[in-house]
Design a protein around this ligand. Structure first.
Ligand SMILES: [Zn+2]
Ligand SMILES: [Zn+2]
Length: 360
């Protein structure tokens, strides 16, 4: 007989879970495995709310099994380490992002690209090697093999650094892999939400010129005065878009709604790269001709490997990069999800787990 979430492991845990496609989150008792010899267990202090959490609790990608405890921007303080753990000690500030496991032996894993391992284990809603379900960071404790634990440098505030573990690495890894990280380059960023605002911060720290491309003219002041973007293009202003034609080395496209790509291709220089990090659920129209005529490229990128996540966090610490957040109590989470669905957030909700997740 299958064990219940509450007693399949020895360590009692609690968090908030969604039970069905309404996505409504409510208190949930479950359990975590005891600290294994290679494991790190930590008390969760903060957890960011990623757009993926919203998709997952409502089963919008069709792969959710309930109950689901979301959260993959998880930070906290280590309470216990296994006997063979070498990189961490009790009291260290650490985090876990989108994955808690991978095969560790395939070509991608050997290349430090665990994020592209066919057997990568997501931090929630996936199966551990023992067949039990993974539960995410809207919960009091977390346990993971030390390989998937990221050390958070002391100078970074923990609440603002939580979103680095998904939003941050997503933009950092794409900028780096596509060579869009060289000072003086001109980068376009489409969409100014959780990912977009992180992209501005990392790109500016790398010395790039940054232009925001947005449908909302009212975001201009904020983008330039507060986030430090160099220019702002309203995507339906054909005159301004025409003036900017052929000026960008690359574009990071964070938009997850269906949108036109042709105007973006036109903004690119010869050899320019359009990198998709948002995931529209329907196909986009891809015209080959404008790509051919400028040797342009369209690519994609998904989070990053563990080594690169540590590099990204250390870069963020050096340049004082954290997400702009709205810190919320656990019992506000359903309202936060509603607001997130309307993009009513600058720029990331982070749940104050330690001060507001109460046992019941
Ligand atoms: Zn995410
Ligand atoms: Zn692998």
């Amino acid at each position: 007989m299958a064990m219940s979430p509450e007693n399949e492991h020895p360590v009692k845990a609690f968090g908030w879970a969604a039970r069905d496609t309404s996505g409504h989150l409510s208190p949930f008792k479950f359990s975590r495995r005891a600290t294994g010899e290679n494991d790190v267990t930590f008390k969760v202090l903060y957890c960011g709310i990623c757009h993926s959490d919203l998709h997952s609790i409502k089963n919008e990608w069709g792969i959710t099994s309930y109950p689901i405890v979301p959260g993959h921007e998880i930070v906290g303080v280590i309470t216990e380490i296994g006997t063979k753990v070498t990189k961490f000690k009790v009291g260290d500030k650490v985090g876990v992002g989108c994955m808690v496991g991978s095969c560790r032996s395939c070509a991608n894993c050997k290349d430090d690209l665990e994020n592209y391992c066919p057997k990568m284990i997501l931090s929630y809603g996936a199966k551990n090697n023992d067949g039990t379900t993974t539960y995410g960071g809207y919960s009091d404790i977390m346990v993971s093999d030390e390989h998937f634990i990221i050390k958070i440098p002391d100078n970074l505030p923990l609440d603002g650094s939580a979103p680095l573990l998904c939003a941050g690495i997503t933009v950092y890894s794409s900028l780096k892999y596509y060579g869009l990280n060289k000072a003086g380059m001109h980068l376009g960023i489409v969409g100014l939400g959780g990912l977009g605002h992180m992209a501005v911060k990392f790109a500016k720290a790398m010395g790039l010129k940054v232009t925001i491309i947005s449908t909302s003219p009212n975001k201009k002041k904020e983008a330039m005065d507060h986030l430090g973007a160099d220019a702002f293009l309203v995507s339906h202003n054909t005159e301004d878009m025409a003036l900017a034609m052929g000026t960008m080395d690359g574009i990071i496209d964070t938009v997850s709604a269906v949108h036109a790509l042709l105007p973006l291709f036109n903004l690119l220089k010869i050899n320019g790269k359009l990198v998709m990090v948002g995931a529209p659920q329907k196909p986009l129209e891809l015209l080959a001709f404008p790509l051919l005529m400028g040797r342009k490229m369209v690519g994609g990128s998904c989070i990053g490997g563990i080594q690169e996540m540590q590099e990204m966090i250390d870069f963020a610490a050096k340049h004082n990069i954290v997400a702009d957040i709205e810190l919320i109590p656990m019992d506000y989470v359903n309202t936060a999800m509603e607001r997130l669905s309307k993009a009513d957030i600058k720029y990331r909700f982070v749940i104050d787990i330690t001060n507001s997740l109460k046992p019941f």
